[in-house]
Structure formats: C-alpha cells, structure tokens
Design a protein around this ligand. Structure first.
Ligand code: ATP
Ligand code: MG
Length: 406
C-alpha cells in the first residue's frame, strides 16, 4: 500500500508561482503531494479552520497583507503546520527574517526545482515534528517541575507542623498547671467578694480570660497529640452522625438546617473515632459560625476510585478505593485567596477572642494521619465547601522520619 499523499497548502496570488509549484511538485514522483491553492489570507484562514495540512507555502508578496503578518496569522490558525515562505530574489533578506520569526524554510521562486522542492517540504515537516515533540517534552518537564515544587512545599509544611506540635506539647505542659492555680484563685476571690458588683465583674473577666487561655492550651494539646491515632475499622457515616448529634443544640439555636446524604454502602476503613469526631465538629462549628443568620449545612459521603476529581459527581463504576466526605454551608464563603491559609496554625478571620485559628489546622492534621487530604472551595452558589478524601488502604503516615531539628 502506498503512503498517503502529503497535503500541501499553497498561498499565493501569483498564477505563475502557482503553475511552477504545481509543475515541480507533480514532476517529483517519489513522494506524492496534493496541492490546495488559496489566493488570499482570508480564504486561507477559512480553509485552515476546517482542515489540516502537512505543510504550507506562503508567498510573502501576498496582496493586502504584510508578509510577517500573514506568517503570524498562519501560525495562529495552525500552530503545528510547517510554513515555507516564498520570496522573490529581491526580497531574500525578508525571507531569512521570516525563518527567524518561525517559518521552517524559504524558497526563492526562480531557484525552485522538483528535487529541491520535495526535499524542502519533507525536511520542513520533519523539523516541525521534532519541534512539536520538543515543545511537548518541555511542557511535561515544566509540569513535573511544578509538581515537584508543590510536593516540596507540602513537605516543608508537614515539617513545620511537626515542629509546632512538639513545641505546643512543651508549652501546653508548662501553662496548664499555672492556669489551674489561677482558676482556683479566681474561685476563691469570687467566694470572698460577696455582693461587690464591681469586683465580681473584674473576677468574671479574669475567669473568661483564663477559660480562653485554657481552650487554646487544650487545642494545642490535641494538636500535639494527633501524631498517634488509635485506629479501628469503622464507618465514617457513624462518626459524622455522632458529631452532628453533639452539635444538635448549636444547630437549633443558630437556625441551621441539616441536609444529610450519607451513602449507606460506604465501605468501612481504619479510623480513629475520637479524633475524626473532633475534625468534623470543627468543620460543623465553622459552618455554623459562618451562618450567623441561619442557613443549611449539607453533609455528603460517597465512595469513588482514587484520583477522581473532588468536584465530580458520584461515579457508578465498580469498587471504590477512597471514601469522600463533603461538608457544605450557605454562609459567606471564604475570602478569595485565603483557601490555603485558613489551614495554617493561628490563622483566623474571627474577631479577637472568638477563634484561636487552630480548628482547621487540627482537622487537616487528623485527616492526614488517616492518609487523607482535605481541601476548601467556595460553592458555585456561595458558601464554603470542605472536601475530605480518605484512601481505603492508607499508607503508613509514620514512614517519614521524625524531624531531628524539632
Ligand atoms: N465554613 C466556613 N465558611 C467561611 N469561612 C470559614 C469556614 N471555615 C473556616 N473559615 C475561615 O477559616 C478561618 C480558620 O478556621 P479555623 O477553624 O482554623 O479557626 P477559627 O474557626 O477562626 O478558630 P477555632 O480555632 O476556634 O476553630 C476562620 O477564622 C474563618 O475565617
Ligand atoms: Mg474553627
């Protein structure tokens, strides 16, 4: 079977050039070439919108358009198509400049013959093919580089968190006992202050501050302690239901309606029930706090093949390899550009005294200790959406060696 003909596009308004090229191309019979002729840029671009060519000849002296501009337009319309420019002997310098600007080769009209022409076309096609392969390889290389950078950032982040965890454990230990002493002192003062309103007010403020400091310490302890989960085979659905049960009064009080869509066929997986309950409580609490005038909290779970996009609908395919939990609300959403920062320790947008900024840090840590990932998005119709994915066969999170710098 003979090789398919090479499809060549010829763009020239000069009948003599067209005739000569047709003659030369048909005279060289070793490679069959089909020639399509266009007289101006407009019809050329219209043709390129509907079909592809292996190579094109472009007359730089096309009426109504500048030579380089025609070349540029051809590149835009068919980036992968090699273009050979046709020049008169008096504009050869222009042709060389066109090659610098991306043309594959140039041909001086008066010097063309069948053999030269065929060689130029075949070389141009081959060079363009190599150029395209190089471009693709470069794109792949730069994608891998980006991936590497992201992984490195994740590693740095993980190490930072490990350091914070170690530091937090130490600080929490040192602060817990003095706080207890202070609290006992406040109780004692309160019992001695009797009906002195002003004194009682000062004591109440002291007690509130101590409680707040105690809360931070407790969160730090949890954060530091999240390195050692106690996992047992269980269902994520049960954990979510239990966390919602614990939140029931807050939900009623805040006029938040819960829409549950938990997959009854969700596969079980190794879970630390207490820690995950805390992770979901943090997510639910944030959602309630983001809807001060009420709204809807929706919680979904489903199984899906690993690597399936978090925004995709539930697949109907066989055997899931990861379990996904999605928590959405109808609150104000997360400010643009803050979707990553909200997971950082002590990052809070809540007014002073309202949030410690550790809720999501702890949540992410707990999910990561299950080999999972969590990401925040803003819903299409407003509100925030947190999607957590848990692999059914998690890798051992302790494989990484402890950071000796901590
Ligand atoms: N559902 C949500 N909608 C809008 N913003 C949110 C939501 N969840 C978290 N955020 C933003 O992320 C920030 C960090 O949340 P995170 O839970 O870590 O800390 P916090 O809620 O401020 O304090 P706490 O330690 O008491 O949980 C919040 O201050 C809030 O601005
Ligand atoms: Mg929170």
């Amino acid at each position: 079977m003979s090789a398919p003909a090479i499809q060549v596009l010829l763009v020239t308004a000069d009948p003599q050039t067209e005739r000569q090229l047709r003659l030369d191309l048909s005279a060289y019979t070793r490679t069959r070439m089909d020639l399509t002729h266009r007289k101006d840029l407009e019809t050329t671009l219209a043709t390129l919108a509907t079909r592809t060519f292996d190579a094109a000849f472009l007359d730089l002296a096309l009426p109504g358009s500048h030579g380089f501009d025609s070349l540029h337009q051809l590149h835009l319309a068919a980036r992968a198509m090699p273009v050979i420019v046709l020049a008169n002997s008096d504009n050869e310098t222009l042709a060389i400049e066109a090659v610098r600007k991306g043309a594959q080769d140039y041909l001086v009209k008066s010097r063309s013959d069948a053999r030269v022409l065929s060689r130029i076309v075949r070389y141009a096609i081959e060079r363009k093919r190599i150029e395209e392969a190089l471009r693709l390889a470069l794109a792949r290389l730069s994608a891998s580089h980006e991936q590497l950078k992201a992984t490195r950032l994740q590693l740095i982040q993980a190490e930072k968190l490990e350091c914070i965890g170690t530091l937090a454990a130490g600080v929490a230990h040192e602060v817990k006992n003095p706080l207890q002493t202070l609290l006992m002192g406040v109780h004692y003062l309160s019992s001695r202050a009797g009906g002195d309103e002003e004194l009682q007010l000062v004591i109440r403020e002291m007690r509130d501050s101590i409680h707040r400091a105690d809360l931070i310490v407790r969160e730090l302890v949890t954060f530091a302690g999240t390195n050692h989960p106690e996992k047992r085979e269980g269902s994520l659905n049960a954990i979510i239901e239990q966390a919602l049960h614990l939140m029931r009064y807050e939900l009623i009080h805040a006029h938040v309606q819960v829409v549950l869509d938990l997959d009854p066929a969700l596969p079980s997986l190794p879970l630390d029930v207490n820690k995950l309950e805390q992770a979901f409580l943090n997510l639910f609490l944030n959602a309630v706090q983001a809807m001060p005038h009420g709204g809807t909290l929706s919680v979904r779970t489903w199984g899906q093949p690993a690597g399936h996009g978090v925004t995709d609908a539930r697949p109907d395919g066989p055997g899931p390899s990861e379990v996904v939990a999605e928590v959405g609300d109808t609150g104000e959403g997360i400010p643009a550009g803050k979707l990553q920062q909200i997971f950082n320790p002590f990052y809070t947008l809540k007014p002073a005294g309202k949030g410690t900024g550790l809720g999501l840090t702890v949540t992410r840590r707990i999910i990561e200790l299950h080999g999972g990932v969590i990401e925040a998005q803003n819903g299409d119709s407003g509100g925030a959406r947190f999607v957590a994915r848990f692999p059914l066969q998690p890798q051992d999170p302790y494989e990484r060696e402890t950071n000796p710098d901590c």
